[in-house]
Write a protein that binds this ligand. Structure first.
Ligand SMILES: Nc1ncnc2c1ncn2[C@@H]1O[C@H](COP(=O)(O)OP(=O)(O)O)[C@@H](O)[C@H]1O
Ligand SMILES: [Mg+2]
Length: 238
């Protein structure tokens, strides 16, 4: 699969990548290497210029419903670098939006939030040690607290695949461990994770596999615990 924003300048060149159920794959590489572009392709925001992508067995490009609404695959949760939370809504309202993401089409509009949904959302916030801020507006939360809300919302969607852009790089070491642990639990229960990061230390500790993108070319794809740390460190400095 290849991709170019402008015809003469390919951003990804013949990249092939398979992520299996329950696998935690970290995408690494210097800035500009194509990590964000690859995640956007997997989410269906853009489409390959050459070749194809299958996500959970189908083309990830949005489908148009009978009502003309463009729908992305509800089995996939995407956490953009800026997290994509609604700042004027509370933490728990943002997490509950993840439950609505599960349902296709009009069901989501007419469905109200059940007491069970609220309990599930609170339990996720509790796992991420942010339940005490459930009723707080996201605008008033710190960066680290927002990250917890963003991952809780993704998990609330009960996705089969989570795509997360740079989100792990921004975690501070003291508080990041429990977020990563909760992502690992998701992976153990069968959810696949594809996450980009700058943080090489995290790769060895948490990922199953590491994929290195250097200027749009996949230059490494191996088990995380066998990754050549020197090569990774050099590649990040490019
Ligand atoms: N919307 C865009 N239009 C044109 N070029 C872009 C756009 N987004 C990214 N690029 C270019 O694509 C390349 C890869 O960018 P990106 O996928 O953001 O890399 P990374 O996430 O690894 O830093 C860079 O050269 C960047 O300048
Ligand atoms: Mg990026």
């Amino acid at each position: 699969m290849s991709f170019a924003y402008a015809a003469a300048r390919p951003v990804l060149r013949d990249v092939d990548l398979i992520v299996r159920p329950g696998e935690f794959v970290m995408l690494v590489g210097a800035s500009g290497g194509g990590k964000t572009t690859l995640l956007k392709l997997a989410r269906g925001f853009i489409s390959p210029t050459r070749g194809s992508i299958l996500v959970l067995g189908r083309n990830p490009a949005p489908r148009r419903s009978a009502w003309g609404v463009r729908r992305l695959d509800p089995r996939v949760a995407y956490i953009p670098q800026q997290l994509g939370l609604v700042r004027s809504m509370t933490a728990i309202e943002n997490v509950l939006a993840g439950a609505l993401g599960r349902i296709q089409g009009l069901g989501a509009i007419f469905r109200s939030v059940s007491e069970q949904d609220r309990r599930e959302a609170l339990a996720l916030l509790d796992d991420l040690r942010i339940a005490h801020k459930a009723e707080e507006k996201v605008a008033l939360l710190s960066g680290g607290e927002r990250q917890r809300v963003a991952i809780a919302r993704a998990l609330m969607q009960r996705p089969q695949l989570i795509l997360a852009d740079e989100f792990i790089s921004q975690l501070d070491p003291a508080t990041g461990a429990d977020i990563l642990a909760s992502m690992q639990r998701a992976a153990r229960s069968g959810t696949a994770l594809l996450a980009s990061t700058h943080n090489i230390e995290i790769v060895a500790r948490y990922a199953d596999r590491v994929v290195l993108l250097s200027r749009g070319v996949k230059t490494l794809d191996c088990a995380a615990n066998q990754a050549p740390v020197d090569q990774l460190t050099d590649a990040m400095r490019e």
